[in-house]
Design a protein around this ligand. Structure first.
Ligand code: AMP
Ligand code: TRP
Length: 328
């Protein structure tokens, strides 16, 4: 079975964007691929966060991986910090990455503007760590949202660069973009991504633990337009298009099908219906999350994941050491 790998950073409360853009896809993929899904907690250090909150976000993330349907018999779930090889290969990758390549990264530009009081070096060198996260496991596919495209492209460049220089070492992975859930936008400002690390975006952001009333209120007050027709047109009607994307992703239908379904709806009724499906989906997810948090499923998954992932990562790192002349 071909391998696929992805990770999510525990940088804040999880959002509907994370769930539709990432988790739902992982769950589908575990039927076809040998999946490695991790919590990129080393990446979370690039932004300020209280240790207790980092800890809670980490546990919640694993609980939501499990609640959304990841099965530890099919998917290896682990913490990045539990597998020490990530940081080590990350350093090696930094030494093969050019400043210019990192200076081009739009995520660095965005985050250093947003967090101008904490432009730490890790924020800049984060992509080579992500390269290491990926290359340690030889995945064929890396399923992520559009915002991670540049980082996966850098991974491909570095895999090729390394293979050319030292001989065949890494599989060159492919980006796998999610179809419907590719990019969920903020409900308040549909030209911006719905994001968990955006504290200002509370109104625009549906959190996975929001209650039904809050979800409904946020969707009902989502920014739309004055055109009055439910159409998918990201330029002219970004708010309506976003709601169509959300609906299609939850119901697992195409955007065309969703558009057809709602073509005669007014905005209020359309929003009502979108709110209903979101509430339904998240209520089920939350019930399962609460069950998981109560017992030791998270600990079990992580112990198992640490052991399994470490074996593979260690082998790959030793291969790299040999190729580049570390050790004697
Ligand atoms: P992040 O929350 O930025 O750490 O992202 C974790 C994963 O969720 C990545 O695969 C992202 O591409 C995906 N993701 C985050 N926010 C969204 C969003 N608004 N729409 C779609 N996917 C998202
Ligand atoms: N950078 C990703 C994000 O912020 C998380 C991540 C870290 C990741 N390492 C990865 C995703 C490796 C896929 C593969 O969303």
């Amino acid at each position: 079975m071909a391998r696929a790998l992805s990770g999510i950073t525990p940088s804040g409360k999880l959002t509907l964007g994370n769930y539709l853009g990432a988790m739902k896809l992982f769950v589908k993929m575990q039927e076809m691929y040998e999946m490695y899904i991790f919590v990129s907690n080393l990446h979370s250090l690039t932004l300020e966060q209280e240790p207790l909150s980092r800890k809670k976000n980490t546990k919640d993330l694993v609980a939501f991986y499990l609640a959304s349907g990841l099965d530890i018999n099919k998917t290896t779930i682990f913490l990045q910090s539990d597998v020490l090889m990530h940081a080590q290969l990350g350093w090696i990758m930094q030494c093969h990455t050019y400043m210019g390549e990192l200076a081009r990264m739009t995520q660095f530009k965005d985050k250093s503007t947003k967090h101008s009081d904490n432009i730490n070096v890790g924020l800049f060198t984060y992509p080579p760590l992500m390269v290491a996260d990926i290359l340690l496991y030889d995945p064929v596919y890396v399923p992520v949202g559009e915002d991670q495209r540049q980082h996966v492209e850098l991974t491909r460049d570095l895999a090729l660069r390394f293979n050319n220089k030292y001989g065949e070492t890494f599989v060159v992975p492919e980006l796998l973009l999610t179809k419907n859930g590719a990019k969920i936008m903020s409900l308040a400002d549909p030209t911006k991504k719905m994001s968990k690390s955006d504290d200002a975006g509370d109104k625009g952001c549906i959190y996975l633990l929001d209650d039904a009333k809050t979800i409904t209120k946020k969707i009902k007050s989502a920014t739309t337009d004055s055109i009055g027709k439910v159409n998918f047109d990201e330029e002219q009607q970004p708010g309506i298009s976003n709601l169509l994307t959300i609906y299609a992703a939850i119901e697992d239908i195409s955007i065309k099908e969703a558009e057809e379904l709602f073509k005669d709806y007014n905005y209020a009724d359309f929003k009502e219906r979108v709110a209903q499906v979101v509430v339904q989906e998240l209520s089920a997810l939350q019930a399962s999350y609460h069950d998981i948090i109560k017992n030791d499923d998270v600990e079990k998954a992580l112990n198992n994941g640490k052991e399994q992932a470490s074996k593979i990562a260690y082998k790959k790192l030793m291969k790299v050491h040999k190729k580049i002349g570390l050790g004697i």
